[in-house]
Structures are given as structure tokens and as C-alpha cells.
Design a protein around this ligand. Structure first.
Ligand code: 6MZ
Length: 351
């Protein structure tokens, strides 16, 4: 099997995907038509989604998706289509993450989450080969009250739907806001897993000075989330330091790596210099994710292909990456065993 076909056929696990960033152009067009039944100009409006050149600009792109997911119906369709697309890419386990939004007169945060769960229920019948979980996101930019509300919502949904709601994600523009670690501690006590974006950018606090993210990174590492996202500016060659890199290695916390996202947001200049290299060489637990497959025009297969061609990973190592990702999921023990079985079955068929 050639590399392209192998990466497509691999039974993969997606552990880092934001719902609104994952919407494909087809889904966005569909949502645009639902919202504007008489308009013919969806293409032009939506094309601006392609034009960004930094992490800051990338965050503006999310506004387009957000403007189209303002009703439970739209959130339902977004989730259903996204699951379908991941399934078509041979993803067998998908942990979606999303920030609940209330839109006055149209949708409450509760209805937002319910719409995702409703889509999961239907996908379970329509696409039985993919196991679905949801992390409730906290957007660091939205402040303390929103973080508190989302955590409370997550705890309540976790009690009702433990088969779907498994944890919290701390995300949002890393140049603003706070990490709300004291609130996350409360969520952890309630049994939720925590995935936290960490050191995605070398923080910029004013127009004049670039201030390193060292303090925040150390605080997050000390908190010991169950998984970390990105960990870009930690290695000394990526504006981090030996101290930070050693702290990360000692923590043994699995890191979700999103190659294309970091390149397109220009937080890493080349695939060759991506932190994947250093973490992989150190034998640190890692997994691959798409981050925002719609925004970055990627797929999980494509991310595997890039990792393989850039860092010379052979078939066995790609399979090992899938196998080890199982351990880092927030699935139950039984679910993990079923996932391992699927990958091992594929591995035997390959040989
Ligand atoms: C940090 C990100 C992100 O939650 O509305 N998000 N946060 N770093 C990133 N790297 C590029 N990509 C996406 O999905 C969109 C939201 O996910 C977070 C941001 O808060 C964004 O608004 P949901 O489904």
C-alpha cells in the first residue's frame, strides 16, 4: 500500500477537533442556505474563510462559522456532517470539543449541547464504526463567568450523558484571557477529564513587547491536565527553554499535535522544525489531530501523511501512533479494548 492509501486506510483516533473550526465548505454552504434561503452569494461570503496569515487572524475566521451556527438545528447539522466526514476519513474514535453558545431568542447553552448530543445519537445508528465523545470548551477570552457557566453545564451533562460528555477543553485565543485553573480543579473533582491548550504561542501582551509564556506554561504543567494541546513554544528552538522542555518531558502528559494548524497560523515556520520532531525523538506520548479541519483544509489522514513524509515514519510507526493514541483517549476501558482490537485487526490484514 502506498503512503497516501495507508494513511487513509489506517483506523485513526481524533483527539483534537473544535466543532466550529471543523466545518467543511459544503457544511458551511448548507448552513448559509438554511439561514439565507433566497441568497445566491454564499460562495463569495464564505471564501474569506481562506484568507488569514496568523493565529490572530485565524480567530477572526471562526466568527464566520459562528454566525452560521446560531440555532440548535444548525448545531445539529454541523455535528452530523462533521462526524460523517471524520468517519469517511476512517476515524474510529472522535473526541469533538465545542464552546456552548447562547444566542438571544434563538438558543441557550443547554440547547447547544443538547443539539450535539442529539446528532451523536443519530450518528450512532447511521455510522456505527465511529465512537463519539464531547469535551465542553472554555474559551479563555470569554472570562470567568462564562468559564464557570460552561463548567457547571459540563458537570450536569456529564451526570446525564456520561457515555458522551467526558471532559473539558481550555482553548481560545492564547493572546488573551486566563487559564481558570482553579475552576478546572472543581471540574476534575466532579470526574471530568481536562485537555488544556498550552504554550501555543509566544505570548504578545502589547504592541511593543513580546512576553514569554513561561509562567502560564509552568502553571498548566503543574496542574497536570490529562492531555495538553500544541505545546509549541516549549522546546528551546521554538522560543521555549530547556527548563520548560524538561518539565514537559517529566510530566509525561500526552500532547495533541496539530501540524498543519501550527504551520498555517505561523506559530511554527516549517514542518521539519515542528515540535513533533523533539517529542517523538524523546519518546514522549503524542497523538495527531486536525484542530480545525475546515479552517485549515486538512484531514486526519493528511496529518498522518505529513508526519510520515516529514519525519520518515514507516508503516509500523504510524500504526504505533494510532495504537498509543487509544491510551490517551477519555474512553472507558472496554471502549479502549474495542479500539485496540480494531487497529490490531487492521495491522494483521496489512501484513
Ligand atoms: C485555541 C482554538 C483553536 O468551540 O466554537 N479554537 N483555540 N487555539 C486554536 N488553534 C488554531 N482553534 C479553535 O470552535 C471554535 C473555537 O475553538 C477554539 C476557539 O475558541 C474557537 O472560537 P467551537 O466549536
Amino acid at each position: 500500500m502506498d503512503l497516501e492509501n495507508l494513511c487513509q486506510a489506517l483506523p485513526k483516533l481524533e483527539l483534537h477537533a473544535h466543532l466550529n473550526g471543523s466545518l467543511s465548505m459544503d457544511t458551511l454552504k448548507k448552513l448559509y442556505k438554511m439561514q439565507n434561503p433566497n441568497s445566491k452569494s454564499s460562495e463569495d461570503t464564505l471564501m474569506s474563510i481562506k484568507n488569514f496569515s496568523s493565529l490572530g487572524e485565524c480567530f477572526k475566521v471562526f466568527n464566520i462559522a459562528h454566525s452560521l451556527t446560531t440555532t440548535p438545528e444548525a448545531v445539529f447539522h454541523s455535528t452530523y456532517d462533521t462526524v460523517k466526514e471524520f468517519k469517511e476519513d476512517n476515524v474510529i474514535y472522535l473526541e469533538l470539543r465545542s464552546t456552548p453558545r447562547a444566542i438571544e431568542g434563538k438558543m441557550t447553552k443547554q440547547e447547544y449541547v443538547e443539539a450535539i448530543i442529539k446528532a451523536f445519537e443519530i450518528c450512532k445508528t447511521d455510522f456505527p464504526s465511529i465512537l463519539l465523545k464531547l469535551l465542553i470548551s472554555i474559551n479563555r477570552k470569554q472570562g470567568y463567568k462564562a468559564a464557570q457557566d460552561n463548567i457547571e453545564l459540563a458537570i450536569n451533562f456529564f451526570k446525564k450523558y456520561p457515555q458522551y460528555i467526558v471532559g473539558l477543553d481550555l482553548s481560545g485565543d492564547p493572546m488573551t484571557g486566563s487559564t481558570f485553573l482553579e475552576l478546572l480543579r472543581k471540574a476534575r473533582l466532579a470526574g471530568l477529564k481536562i485537555a488544556a491548550h498550552c504554550a501555543e504561542i509566544y505570548q504578545m501582551l502589547s504592541h511593543l513587547s513580546h512576553v514569554p509564556n513561561e509562567t502560564e506554561t509552568i502553571d498548566i504543567l503543574k496542574f497536570k491536565p490529562d492531555r495538553l494541546g500544541h505545546c509549541t513554544c516549549i522546546h528551546p528552538t521554538l522560543q521555549g527553554s530547556s527548563k520548560l522542555f524538561n518539565l514537559l518531558l517529566d510530566s509525561k502528559i500526552p500532547v495533541e499535535l496539530c501540524l498543519t494548524s501550527n504551520i498555517q497560523c505561523k506559530t511554527v515556520s516549517t514542518y521539519e522544525s515542528h515540535q513533533f520532531k523533539y517529542l517523538f525523538e524523546a519518546g514522549h506520548p503524542i497523538c495527531l489531530g486536525t484542530d480545525d479541519k475546515g479552517v485549515f483544509h486538512t484531514s486526519l489522514s493528511h496529518e498522518y501523511k505529513i508526519a510520515s513524509s516529514t519525519f520518515g515514519l514507516k508503516q509500523e510507526q504510524l500504526l504505533k501512533l494510532c495504537l498509543s493514541s487509544v491510551e490517551y483517549t477519555f474512553a472507558t476501558l472496554e471502549e479502549k479494548q474495542a479500539l485496540l482490537y480494531e487497529i490490531e485487526k487492521f495491522s494483521k490484514e496489512c501484513n
